[in-house]
Structures are given as structure tokens and as C-alpha cells.
Ligand binder design. Structure first.
Ligand SMILES: NC(=O)c1ccc[n+]([C@@H]2O[C@H](COP(=O)([O-])OP(=O)(O)OC[C@H]3O[C@@H](n4cnc5c(N)ncnc54)[C@H](OP(=O)(O)O)[C@@H]3O)[C@@H](O)[C@H]2O)c1
Length: 336
């Protein structure tokens, strides 16, 4: 079968741009035993992939050289199957190369509802996908958020943070989001329902958080570490809780927060988690978040580009921050 694939054509010298990629015709083989031939329906791009272009691999995959076809999270549709779990027309999520069609191992795919709407397909890469399950695990299972809680979320406009804000709101809590621009702050309050939002560039983190939470906070959901974590440890109420999801700022590494003793004085509980250890929560997560989506209590935050030939442009927009939420490329069904 013929397909179109997106390859790296030149190693970026600075930030990657659309010119570093090209779209080419290619041939896909028939699936072998235990494999399926899938057509791409949605491709979810991730900025972390930029670190692998022309360089070494990271924990998320190998280095990507000239002529290579990168791979990302995707929703795919089975076109031909040599595996008893799948029949043509099945929809699934998994990793797919940046190609309109590919042969993949069936055990790397997770089947989803065949009747999924266009919006459902996008949500499978956002609020109902990996970032959604991460936020659900951290906010609902580890953080045990309650309607009485005043919650602060750092990195609140990012993939995980935007879900964490919405899940805390859906459970009735008061939510303060921290983000890095005026546009993101507006999105937090206007689109995601946050009660208050902080632009982290507007002053010292602790002053901004104190002003936004004069009554203190009960639960801090941390995506970034560093200065934001330190500010939260100053503003948390007695018996407060901290959920450590990530540390993108790199600032809460070996040294730890200077005010760590507040954990003693304020009887603060700090708990980290790894989403892959909580696969058992997936059914409950899909059921509860699926219901919130149907009730319009939560939404998928994404920007869609139509067509595989727009992958290079979509990737550039992801890196330059000109799109909001997850950047998704949509490809029409290839079933006759
Ligand atoms: N524990 C787990 O199982 C698990 C699973 C998945 C992801 N994670 C972690 O969760 C975190 C969020 O992931 P994501 O996919 O949502 O990432 P993301 O979309 O890139 O969001 C991270 C946000 O952090 C903010 N940020 C970046 N540098 C910062 C700094 N120096 N200080 C303060 N804020 C900064 C940025 O927002 P602003 O510029 O708007 O502030 C960015 O939007 C990451 O640390 C990731 O590693 C953990």
C-alpha cells in the first residue's frame, strides 16, 4: 500500500522549523503475524521530540537523523489485521510513525470505542489520554482533592496542568493556576474555569501566591518544582498536601527547597507518583472523565492541523508556542 511519510531532511541548527522536514511517498508492507496495518487518524505532537533531532536518544526514544521518520502518540484505524484482537475498522491508541499508514505490533495498541466522534478522537490524545490519566492519578487518587480544598496547580496551562485544573474544578475545589503568559492566564480563568490565575513572570512566586490565596492553600499540585514549590511550602495551610508530578524547572533537584522545614512546622504531606504504576485507575478515569466531557464540565485543549502535509508546520507552531493545548494533526479515514 502507498502512504505519505514525514522525514527529517535537515538537522536544525537552532529551534526546529517546518523547513527541517519533508513529505514523501512511501510503500508499506503487509502485516505479519501479530501485526496490523493501520491508517493514521490523529497524531499528537510533543515538544520533547525536538531534543532528539540530530542528537542522542532520551528516555522517550532514540535519536532522530536525516531520513528518519519520527513517531508520536496517535489514534489509528485498523485497515488490515493479522492479529485476532483486531478487525478492520477498529480504532486504537498507540505510537505511530509520522506516516498516513504503517504496520505496527498489535500488542502495542489499545482498542478504543469504534463509534468515537471527531472530538472524542482528539480527546484521546489529551484529556482522555496519557496527560489526562497523569492529572487524574495525581489530583484525584494521590491528592484526594475535595470540594473544601483551595488548590494551586503550577504549569497549569500545560498538557497535564490544564487537565489537573479542570479535574479539581469538576470535583468542586477552588483552583488557582500558575502559568507563564497573559494569554495563558486568561485561558485558565475563561476557558478552564480556574477561580484565580497567576502570571509567574509578574513578580516573586511567593508574593504572587500569597496575594492570590490570602486564606492559604490546602493542596499544591506541582508540575515544575523550584521557586513555585518553595512558594507553595510557604503558603500551604497546616496539614496541607503536596503532589509531586514533575519538575520541569530543574530547580527542585539535589538541593531541595530552602524552606523544607515548613513540612515539619505545618505537618505537610508530600507524595510523588508515576502514572505508569497506576494503570489500574484507567477504567475509573475513562468513565468519570468521559462523563465530565459529556456534561461539558471539562474539555480537551488542543489545536488541530488538517492533513499529513501540515505536520512540519504543526511541529514548528508547537515549538514557537503559537498554538494552545496539544498540537494534533488530523488525517481522514482511509477505509474504502
Ligand atoms: N509523574 C508522572 O507520571 C508524569 C507523567 C507525565 C508528565 N509528568 C511531568 O509533568 C510535568 C508537566 O508535563 P506536561 O506534558 O504538562 O508539560 P508541558 O505541557 O510542557 O507543561 C509544563 C509547563 O511548565 C511550565 N514551565 C516550564 N519551565 C518552567 C519553569 N522554569 N518554571 C515554572 N514553570 C515552567 C510551562 O508553562 P508556563 O510557561 O506557562 O509556566 C509549561 O507549559 C512535566 O514535568 C512532566 O515531566 C509526570
Amino acid at each position: 500500500m502507498r502512504c505519505q511519510s514525514v522525514q527529517l531532511t535537515a538537522i536544525p541548527t537552532g529551534a526546529a522549523t517546518a523547513q527541517n522536514f519533508g513529505v514523501f511517498d512511501a510503500e508499506v508492507d503487509d502485516p505479519g503475524d501479530g501485526q496490523v496495518l493501520v491508517g493514521l487518524r490523529r497524531l499528537g505532537l510533543n515538544a520533547g521530540l525536538a531534543h532528539r533531532l540530530g542528537g542522542k536518544g532520551t528516555a522517550y526514544g532514540p535519536g532522530i537523523g536525516v531520513g528518519d521518520v519520527p513517531a508520536s502518540d496517535a489514534v489509528v484505524e485498523v485497515l488490515r489485521s493479522s492479529d485476532q484482537q483486531f478487525v478492520p475498522g477498529d480504532l486504537a491508541v498507540g505510537k505511530s510513525p509520522w506516516c498516513t499508514a504503517a504496520v505496527v505490533d498489535a500488542d502495542q495498541l489499545r482498542k478504543i470505542d469504534k463509534a468515537a466522534s471527531n472530538e472524542d478522537l482528539n480527546a484521546r490524545l489529551t484529556i482522555l489520554g496519557h496527560v489526562g490519566l497523569t492529572a487524574y492519578t495525581g489530583m484525584i487518587h494521590v491528592g484526594e482533592v475535595t470540594p473544601e480544598d483551595i488548590v494551586c496547580v503550577s504549569g497549569a496551562a500545560g498538557g497535564v496542568g490544564s487537565c489537573a485544573v479542570q479535574f479539581a474544578k469538576a470535583r468542586g475545589a477552588t483552583v488557582i493556576g500558575v502559568a507563564g503568559s497573559a494569554d495563558k492566564v486568561a485561558m485558565l480563568t475563561d476557558d478552564l474555569g480556574a477561580d484565580r490565575a497567576i502570571n509567574r513572570h509578574a513578580g516573586p512566586a511567593v508574593d504572587l501566591l500569597r496575594a492570590a490565596a490570602p486564606e492559604g492553600i490546602d493542596l499544591y499540585y506541582d508540575n515544575v518544582g523550584g521557586e513555585q514549590l518553595e512558594a507553595a511550602l510557604d503558603v500551604l495551610n497546616f496539614g496541607g498536601r503536596v503532589v509531586i508530578c514533575g519538575a520541569v524547572s530543574g530547580g527542585s533537584g539535589s538541593g531541595g527547597p530552602a524552606n523544607f522545614r515548613n513540612v515539619i512546622y505545618q505537618e505537610i504531606t508530600i507524595r510523588g507518583f508515576t502514572v505508569t504504576a497506576h494503570e489500574d485507575l484507567r477504567e475509573r478515569f475513562e468513565s468519570e472523565v468521559g462523563r465530565w466531557l459529556r456534561e461539558d464540565k471539562v474539555r480537551s485543549i488542543h489545536t488541530v492541523f488538517d492533513g499529513i502535509n501540515r505536520v512540519p508546520e504543526a511541529f514548528e507552531s508547537l515549538l514557537s508556542g503559537t498554538s494552545s493545548g496539544r498540537v494534533i494533526v488530523s488525517v481522514p479515514s482511509q477505509r474504502e
